[in-house]
Design a protein around this ligand. Structure first.
Ligand SMILES: [Zn+2]
Ligand SMILES: [Zn+2]
Length: 135
């Protein structure tokens, strides 16, 4: 919580209860929920919060670097409260997204630089497969 308070104060952004709720929810899960799932999950506690508000809160949280937006394709955005770079894997059957924390891709940027004349700044790695439940 300290993190979000400090960052919002630095950026002179209003720390609304809705923004805190969205952030807290993302910090509490590793499920990489979509905006719709976050909206539904928070409806009991915040019955007046609209889906548009959730989208706006997510946009702000992504902009200030507290939340990571994951585009797993098909125009389907998922959100991750873990902002450190890590590869993701999505099940092509049930669409769930998992982290691949133990796969070390720390040399990927350097390796890729050997194949082009860019100075590479970042990468996003997604794997696709069939999860254990769907196999
Ligand atoms: Zn699955
Ligand atoms: Zn993740």
């Amino acid at each position: 919580m300290d993190n979000i308070t400090t960052i919002f104060r630095e950026k002179k952004l209003k720390l609304t209860p809705q923004r805190i709720a969205v952030y807290k929810y993302l910090k509490s899960t590793t499920e990489h929920p979509s905006a719709e799932i976050i909206y539904k999950a928070l409806q009991d506690e915040y019955p007046t919060m609209s889906l548009a508000t959730v989208y706006k809160a997510l946009k702000t949280l992504v902009e200030v670097g507290l939340v990571q937006e994951i585009n797993v394709g098909e125009g389907n955005f998922r959100y991750d409260g873990n902002c450190s770079p890590h590869p993701h894997i999505q099940c092509v059957n049930c669409s769930k997204v998992n982290d691949l924390h133990t796969l070390d891709l720390s040399n990927l940027n350097q390796d890729a630089e050997k194949h082009c004349d860019y100075k590479i700044l970042s990468n996003k790695v997604y794997f696709y497969g069939i999860c254990k439940d769907c196999q």
